[in-house]
Design a protein around this ligand. Structure first.
Ligand code: GLA
Length: 404
């Protein structure tokens, strides 16, 4: 689900020391040079896929609901060339390591950052595609373990690279689904489709309104500059100790609730009060209330954006955060503090983004105020004796593509 580069996927939770991480560029020309140095060959091309923030619609994707992410300018870049011995050799410049594997090595459950790469080859092969060997050199500036979908960015970048190198005719949506299959069935993280759909289908200047039941995708204009606003992303850098087990537990509760209510998925709950009355357990009631109310908020947010009323997103962001904190119970104190201080310092609205238990918040802030608000949050973290957070302004960017 996160951190495929710094080695935290093998074993989960291991954090690579910052001085062992080579800081890498997100520039295609630099990567081409690196590819030549590493392989003594010319690359056949350079491909990219972005990280994402989710504007609104959290833990709704695996409930057949609605989401509205947008792609970031931060991305995974891959330079690649085919090779003829049927092997895949993958170098991650972020942690300066090279892994090589062949078809016989493609066993679900593989660990390490390379599992996200091998999983994509496996998913393509499982779907009947012929995938020739390749040399891949990759780099990423998507913050790791921050809930910004660095793993989906890697999967989708690999998928786009291999689809092109092998002349595979696969639609954007099917690419997203194959990348998700790699994550679910090969790496073993039971996620929904949102992150891979964002990494594949997003377009610059837009948020992606995606219906996770019908797969309908709408590009909704998201021009914050025109509204005099910006989206501040603040990474609380809180370790996601619980994310894997708690994510799976939330998903299981939602499935149990749907079964108790006799619906296919919580997307189908239209009468919230009536549904809550049918559920005996207050915890399950809260989980259902989050999902049902969050789906309604996504629909409202789409309406707000379609009408260019970006400032009106703010109360929806706030309500989403409260729902995640009180009903879905996936926030942690540093995340709640960041949201609270963002609002107190002038953000119009703020919420945690991503799977939860740490990671990032997003805040809708007046243009020019992001630095100051980020700084205020950092000060509050110092006072609370939390480690220093990091922040940046999000730019709605393009999905996976060939760059060269
Ligand atoms: C993670 C998962 C997504 C989605 C979000 C929560 O990012 O990968 O599929 O469930 O959490 O909205």
């Amino acid at each position: 689900m996160d951190s495929p580069y710094g080695g935290t996927a093998a074993p989960k939770g291991q954090v690579i020391s910052p001085d062992t991480v080579r800081r890498v560029s997100n520039d295609a020309a630099v990567l081409i040079q690196d590819f030549r140095v590493r392989t003594d060959r010319q690359p056949a091309g350079v491909w990219a896929a972005p990280g994402r923030v989710n504007l609104i619609g959290e833990h709704t994707d695996y409930n057949d609901g609605y989401v509205m992410p947008f792609a970031l300018a931060q991305r995974v870049l891959i330079a690649a060339a085919p090779r003829h011995d049927g092997a895949w050799s993958v170098t991650s410049l972020n942690n300066d390591s090279t892994e090589t594997f062949e078809t016989a090595d493609l066993q679900p459950g593989m660990t390490g950052w390379q599992a996200y790469v091998a999983g994509v080859v496996w998913a393509l092969q499982q779907a009947g595609h012929r995938v020739g060997g390749a040399d891949l050199v990759l780099t990423s500036d998507v913050p790791e373990g921050a809930g910004l979908s660095s793993s989906a960015a890697l999967e989708c970048a690999v998928l786009t690279t291999l689809a092109d190198l092998n002349d595979l005719d696969i639609s954007g949506l099917d690419r997203a689904k194959l990348a998700r299959r790699a994550e679910n069935a090969f790496v073993g993280a039971p996620t929904g489709l949102m992150d891979q759909a964002a990494a594949t289908l997003c377009t610059a200047g837009h948020a992606l309104f995606f219906d996770c039941r019908t797969d309908d995708a709408e590009q909704v204009r998201f021009d914050t500059a025109r509204a005099g606003l910006e989206i501040l992303v603040l990474d609380t850098k809180t370790p996601h100790a619980l994310v894997d087990s708690e994510y799976a537990a939330r998903r299981a509760s939602c499935e149990e609730a749907a079964q108790l209510l006799g619906v296919l998925a919580l997307r189908d709950v239209t009468e919230l009060d009536a549904a809550l009355n049918q559920l005996p357990d207050p915890v399950i009631q809260r989980r259902v209330r989050h999902v049902v109310s969050e789906n309604a908020r996504v629909l409202e947010a789409v309406d707000v954006l379609r009408n260019g009323r970006i400032a009106d997103l703010a109360p929806l962001l706030d309500a989403s955060h409260s729902s995640m904190r009180e009903d879905f119970e996936i926030t942690v104190p540093p995340v709640d503090l960041a949201v609270e201080v963002a609002r107190a310092s002038g953000a119009l609205g703020a919420r945690m983004t991503g799977g939860g238990f740490g990671g990032c918040i997003i805040a809708l802030v007046p243009a020019g105020e992001a630095e100051r608000i980020g700084h205020e949050i950092a000060q509050s973290f110092a006072t609370a004796e939390y480690g220093p957070p990091a922040h940046f302004i999000a730019v709605p960017s393009a999905g996976a593509q060939r760059l060269r």
